[in-house]
Design a binder for this molecule. Sequence first.
Ligand code: GTP
Ligand code: MG
Length: 209
Amino acid sequence: MNSDDNYDYIFKVVLVGDSGVGKSSLLKQFSSREFKQEMKATIGVEFSIHNLEIDGKKVRTQIWDTAGQERYRAITNLYYRKATGVLLVYDITAHSSFRSLSRWLSEARSYAEPDACVTMVGNKSDLRHLRTVTRLEAEDFAKKNDVSFLETSALDTSNVEYAFETLISDMYHSVLFRGSESDSRIADESSRSVNIDKSGSSSSCCLTN
Ligand code: GTP
Ligand code: MG
């Protein structure tokens, strides 16, 4: 698939979470297979476009990487507009970033599309020896809030592709389930094609208001 205007579905995903949890690193790893130890904090928002083929359909996703720093909070809210997917990121070595999830989730519920799919990601799983958030408490939170959950590492790449692609697959299946197509039309830029193994897609993803 090329970066042309030829697609069947278009979605918007927003990456949110405290500053330093690794949102930009996850997106960089997913989009260009790179990891930097010295990442600059995001200012405002950055985004990239991804194309996937699911069930023979061309699915385009615009992924918005927002700034976690407090000073940008007021504008971050604007970025949720028309988002059909939210990647809620915390750092498994920073319990405070996990505690912030309730706030991020409540924001997502207020400002993203009411039926948006949400995946909660515990990043930096390579630093498991420094872990302060147990899998159990994370799973418990995910279950209580009816969101998907997995742990990732932008450094060693584990689950990174899976996290994004599962969320995209969830959005796609959610649209099919509701029997309607996304009406968002977003300006696009560069893209790349990837194939998805749909067998890995999960179901319990969507916000229930
Ligand atoms: P803001 O833009 O300020 O919101 O931060 P962010 O969430 O985008 O975090 P960023 O991607 O800039 O990463 C912060 C720091 O964590 C950087 O030094 C990264 O190299 C490091 N980092 C990100 N992901 C991982 C990971 O999976 N493992 C390890 N060990 N370090 C990571
Ligand atoms: Mg960033």
